[in-house]
Design a protein around this ligand. Structure first.
Ligand SMILES: Nc1ncnc2c1ncn2[C@@H]1O[C@H](COP(=O)(O)OP(=O)(O)OP(=O)(O)O)[C@@H](O)[C@H]1O
Ligand SMILES: [Mg+2]
Length: 382
């Protein structure tokens, strides 16, 4: 049972709950009881649902002491053994950075596995670029640059500063949450660790990630930090252009954001890439720098992509003399392969259309079926 587990430097409080290090510190985390979360979310009411992802549903809630929370209720089929789950959540709970959405706590017991985060009042980047806030254009150029740099810093921390290093694997606009000042907080890092071996959220019917996947990951399941770098490059293009990673054209044809952007980038027509909703209000130097960084990140060859440390430096405007004239998107070939995968999942009849699916089709993509010609351990997502 959850209540029999201890967490870091935990102690039992008056209500029998364990509280994380420094009950009164600025970022305490603790074990919640199921009852408490049930009450906070009005019985996990549909009205309180913020959305649904590959791992389960997320609900808004308010604790008895007034804290607004987001509760992720993991699908029970993905539940890890309680102790194992607790240990891994505890590891993730220790990861603290201004641009990472840290855990507020968790609940594990019987068949339930729940993770509690602080509620982010400006929701996700996705909701501003393509969702319910898209029409309001709250994200001016300055905010977009702040979101780009902050997300990069969060990712840099995961890749290079936390021990053991964490590969996110699911960098995308819905996993960049925005606080009341539009500071970005990258969410759902390390999540793959909470899912039992052999069960992948990629085999669920949730769509929305395919457009971000590095070719070697999408096709052969080959995971490394550079997969995150690729996804981050797509995210940068999305932030600048407000286009979806994959868009459906009339007639059912699909196009990746890289295919769309490449001709503009190669001709140096950077201004034509910018989200028209910004009405020309952007910094041209920052635009060129950001698009060039994106182009470096989305190169098909993983070892040519920069490390997140370089990405952060470049986004800060530092001149690292980045690989001379090779700043060219080389992903169009991948675009064709990707479309073939996308078509396969379409053929399996995915009809799911909500905010999490606006990027095209992810559905039945099964990386384990596809063989990497030069890597014997294909299908391994670790
Ligand atoms: N702390 C939070 N505050 C506000 N909204 C949140 C919070 N956590 C998640 N959400 C929103 O809830 C919705 C569902 O999130 P969830 O993480 O389950 O799915 P996802 O991000 O679309 O996909 P994935 O499962 O790959 O992460 C998303 O729109 C997400 O932005
Ligand atoms: Mg998410």
């Amino acid at each position: 049972m959850g209540s029999s587990l201890s967490c870091c430097n935990s102690e039992k409080d008056d209500e029998g709950l364990y509280v994380g290090e420094g009950k009164n510190s600025s970022s305490p985390w603790r074990i919640f009881t199921y009852k408490e979360l049930h009450v906070a979310t009005n019985g996990f009411s549909e009205d309180y649902k913020l959305g649904e992802g590959g791992f389960g549903s997320v609900y808004w809630g308010k604790t008895s002491d007034g804290l607004q929370i987001a509760v992720k209720k993991l699908k029970s089929m993905n539940s890890k053994a309680e102790m194992e789950f607790a240990v891994e959540v505890e590891v993730l709970g220790r990861v603290r950075h201004k641009n990472l959405l840290g855990l507020r706590g968790y609940c594990a017991g019987n068949d339930q596995r729940l993770i509690v985060y602080d509620y982010m009042p400006n929701l996700s980047l996705l909701s501003h670029l393509h969702g319910q806030f898209a029409g309001e254009v709250q994200l001016d150029w300055k905010k977009r640059m702040k979101i780009a740099l902050g997300s990069a810093e969060g990712l840099l921390y995961l890749h290079h500063e936390v021990t053991p290093h964490i590969i996110h694997r699911d960098i995308k606009a819905s996993n960049v949450l925005l606080d009341s000042n539009f500071n970005p907080l990258v969410a759902d890092f390390g999540f793959a660790k909470l899912i039992p071996e052999g069960v992948s959220h990629m085999t669920t019917r949730v769509k929305g990630t395919l457009g971000y996947l590095a070719p070697e990951y999408a096709m052969w399941g080959k995971v490394s930090e550079s997969c995150d770098v690729y996804s981050f490059g797509i995210l940068l293009l999305e932030i600048v252009t407000a286009r979806k990673p994959i868009e459906k054209l009339p007639g059912g044809i699909k196009r990746t954001i890289t295919e769309w952007a490449e001709p503009y980038i190669t001709r140096g027509r950077f201004k034509d890439l910018v989200d028209p909703k910004l009405c020309g209000n952007f910094d041209e130097n920052e635009l060129v720098q950001t698009v060039n960084v994106a182009a470096l990140c989305v190169q098909s060859e993983a070892d040519k992509r920069p490390k997140m440390r370089e990405v952060v430096a470049l986004l800060k405007g530092e001149d690292l003399n980045p690989k001379g004239g090779s700043m060219r998107i080389k992903s169009v070939k991948y675009g064709e392969d990707l479309m073939a995968l996308d078509q396969e999942s379409d053929d399996e009849g995915n009809g799911y259309e909500d905010e999490s699916s606006v990027y095209g089709v992810f559905g039945a993509l099964d990386t384990q079926k596809m063989k990497d010609p030069y890597y014997k351990g294909y299908g391994d997502r670790r």
